[in-house]
Design a protein around this ligand. Structure first.
Ligand code: GLA
Length: 752
């Protein structure tokens, strides 16, 4: 709801209020952004009683209170008294003052070529102006989240060169810290937190993509905020290109925060009569800690970002041939893999890279989307029909934005590649196609739709592996071109499940999620690394947006050997898939995978769409009467003490059946120690034990009890851990990197 009274505006969403005030100098003050209060409460937040600050540039001579440098603002100019960072740079001073407001219905899906929050929502437009310029500030309400974007309009008669135009600016009170998510290839989403100081803290990408170096999502929080308490703000940008966010504390104790397109090398010439639209930013606030903020952000993403058809729609369990085969496959191999994947319970078979052109490795063929008949004599149509006939859906990999210089496409159209004044430099042997050119966009749309419409393809993996697009305004035009292409291909084909990818999580952002509901989080599928990647993604993105696959051990990126149970248990908390050579599976591994898939199918909606919580020792998802927790252990100590599991979001007065997933222990992992449990002393390196290890397992401890929600939320004592006193069926024999899954299901209270 949006209300207005005498220069005061209140935006009331689910659980939050934003109060704005047009002050007597017609600047827009940010009075409050926090848990719900009333418009009439505004006086509690006003902080300019007319005293002002010394040594300031004043809008009204002699009136110290007219100092913009000391005001908490929702927008600001430059060179006119506010010397904090400005959200707008056009090469000269700007002095935009309030002109008017309007309450509008939110446009749906797209604004000027940019995706934006869709669905029910109200919107406030505040217009500020100066001679020759108008600035429209849009504030939207989407459930528990607020969105903001900016439109700059040239109302003069000469060109305005925009060097910087942020999507929002906000001055917030209190001592805050900033958390960003940084990294690189196979090292996405490393969390860094630092107190906001007087120097500027910047979270920015300049590679042309939103990047794995610095995810556009970030958080501000009180320095003593915890998972369950304290004020936490979440911010993100619905954009896939260069982004920028800055936070800085002022002498007066406000944190100035802003976010938008990166100004790095940016220059956009706004001609007379034209408008420039920024991407939409989203912000949430909670006084219930990081968990409270994440819950609001997840709901926003699920209900206002994910394409309508896929909202809360269950995702299939997929098998992807990449890590198992790489470029080395033929139709027979794929069919054999598909058959085995089907037997294990997979529902979708995905053919990754290597199926077209001369693409036998990553040096050639990219851009030439004609099937390699040597590998696939029956073409994609023939293969997809075979897979469909086995009872599985079929999906296909593309990397439409890039080209290998060694390709027919590049030889025919070298000018289609995005280059600069120097000789081309490649990344993964690729150049990007210049998506700012209409003929390039047409080529991509035609070549991809031609394949999609001539075979039964229900899933597309859209990859992008050249990490650097272009500079400045061209980078923005590239992203506009990308959105146009995605809209033209997938808009008319809403049922195709689009999973986007960029060498893993190099473009994990809300812009891409507006087209495809899930993203390949990382090429790193080591479950111990995934604990960090998925955990940190969960601050700002719901788990149904994570492509999470079980792969082989030792792991290709870390050489770490982890139990198959843990690889499954971590992938459960996302969209489960398998990505390993099934021909190499042992019978015990096949059995384990079948059990994993059966469990995931039973609780799929809880895993994918349940309320996600970060626990002290793991994660939890909860939906309806079911809560499922995964607890994960990195290193097993000697003589471990008792361990407790505290569940969340249960009903205190209801009773729950609580049990863990029965897990099996590989015999081989005990080596010569098996002599303690077997009547005969077997050679740990001998054939008998190796054969036994392929076919036989030992049971790990199973705990089962019924207790109230109150008890489970206050901490269940779990079965003892292995403590060097021998194997016991009623203990948890977890090794390093061991993990478990616990399920609590509400039962009728009559049993209590
Ligand atoms: C990228 C992706 C991988 C795989 C390969 C194929 O690295 O992230 O998942 O698709 O490309 O070349």
């Amino acid at each position: 709801m949006i209300t207005h009274n005498n220069g005061l505006f209140a935006l009331q969403g689910d659980g939050f209020t934003c109060l704005l005030q047009v002050n007597r100098w017609k600047l827009l003050e940010q009075l409050y952004f926090g848990p719900t209060v009333d418009l009439s409460d505004w006086g509690a937040f006003a902080c300019n009683p007319g005293i002002g600050w010394g040594s300031s540039v004043l809008l009204e001579t002699g009136n110290n209170a007219s100092c913009p440098d000391a005001m908490p603002l929702a927008w600001s100019g430059s060179g006119r008294g506010d010397y904090r960072e400005s959200p707008l740079e056009i090469g000269v001073s700007t002095d935009l003052r309030y002109e008017s407001y309007e309450i509008l219905e939110k446009p749906r899906n797209m604004v000027c070529g940019l995706p934006c929050a869709s669905g029910q929502g109200e919107q406030l437009r505040i217009t500020m102006s100066q001679k020759g310029l108008k600035l429209h500030l849009y504030f939207g309400i989407f459930g528990g989240a607020m969105t903001r974007r900016t439109v700059l309009e040239n109302t003069g008669d000469s060109t305005v060169a925009i060097h910087k135009c942020m999507s929002f600016l906000m001055d917030l009170p209190g001592e805050l810290q900033m958390t960003t998510f940084d990294g690189g290839w196979i090292a996405e989403m490393r969390k860094h937190t630092a107190p906001i100081s007087e120097y500027r803290m910047v979270n920015e990408s300049t590679t042309g993509a939103s990047s794995n170096r610095h995810n556009p999502g970030f958080m501000l929080s009180e320095t003593d905020a915890t998972e369950d308490s304290g004020w936490v703000y979440g911010f993100n940008l619905i954009y896939s290109g260069n982004h920028y966010a800055a936070a800085q504390r002022s002498l007066q104790g406000f944190t100035r925060v802003m976010q938008g397109i990166s100004p790095d090398n940016f220059c956009w010439n706004l001609e007379a009569g034209e408008k420039f639209e920024t991407p939409e930013a989203v912000m949430t606030v909670s006084n219930r800690g990081f968990g409270g903020m994440s819950a609001i952000m997840h709901k926003f993403v699920l209900e206002h970002i994910i394409p309508a058809y896929w909202q809360y729609r269950e995702r299939p369990i997929l098998y992807n041939d990449w890590e198992g085969c790489m470029f080395d496959f033929n139709q027979r191999k794929l069919q054999s893999l598909a058959k085995q994947a089907k037997d294990l319970g997979c529902e979708l078979f995905v053919l990754d890279d290597g199926w077209f052109g001369a693409r036998d490795d990553d040096t050639a063929g990219l851009g030439d989307y004609h099937v390699n008949k040597k590998k696939l004599p029956q073409g994609i149509k023939g293969l997809s029909e075979r897979i469909n006939h086995m009872g599985m859906e079929f999906g296909l990999w593309f990397e439409p934005e890039a080209v290998n210089p060694d390709s027919d496409l590049y030889r025919a159209h070298p000018d289609w590649a995005l280059t600069d004044a120097f000789s081309p430099i490649t990344g993964r042997n690729e150049l990007l196609l210049d998506l700012t050119k209409p003929e390039v966009r047409d080529y991509i749309v035609d070549s991809i739709t031609n394949i999609l419409d001539n075979a039964n393809i229900s899933y597309v993996k859209w990859d992008m592996n050249r990490h650097s697009v272009a500079l400045g305004a061209k980078a923005h035009r590239y992203i506009l071109g990308l959105y146009e292409v995605l809209g033209r291909i997938f808009g008319p084909r809403p049922r195709i499940l689009l999973e986007t990818c960029s060498s893993g999580g190099n473009r994990f952002d809300l812009g891409m999620l507006c087209y495809g509901p899930q993203i390949w989080c990382s090429d790193n599928t080591d479950p111990i690394c995934r604990l960090e990647i998925q955990n940190n993604l969960s601050y700002l993105y719901p788990q149904s947006t994570f492509g999470a696959h079980v792969s082989a051990a030792p792991h290709a990126q870390t050489l770490r050997t982890t139990p198959l149970t843990t690889r499954g248990n971590v992938s459960f908390f996302g969209c489960l898939g398998y990505e390993l050579d099934l021909d190499r599976l042992l019978p015990v591994e096949q059995k384990e995978i079948k059990e994993q898939i059966a469990l995931y199918k039973k609780y799929r909606t809880v895993f994918q769409f349940g309320t996600f919580s970060r626990l002290k020792n793991g994660w939890q998802v909860q939906k309806g009467k079911t809560a499922i927790a995964g607890i994960f252990r990195k290193r097993m100590p000697a003589a471990p003490g008792y361990e407790q599991l505290r569940l969340k979001n249960l009903k205190s007065d209801k009773h729950y059946r609580f049990r863990n997933r029965a897990q099996e222990l590989r015999i081989g992992q005990f080596g010569g120690l098996v002599k303690h449990v077997l009547p005969v002393n077997l050679n740990p390196n001998g054939a008998i034990l190796r054969t036994a290890d392929r076919h036989m397992t030992m049971h790990d401890g199973v705990q089962e009890l019924t207790a109230s929600g109150a008890a489970l939320m206050n901490g269940v004592t779990l079965l003892p851990l292995f403590r060097g006193t021998g194997y016991h069926e009623h203990q948890r024999t977890l090794l390093d990197f061991g993990s478990e899954v616990y399920i609590a299901e509400e039962v009728s209270n009559d049993k209590s």
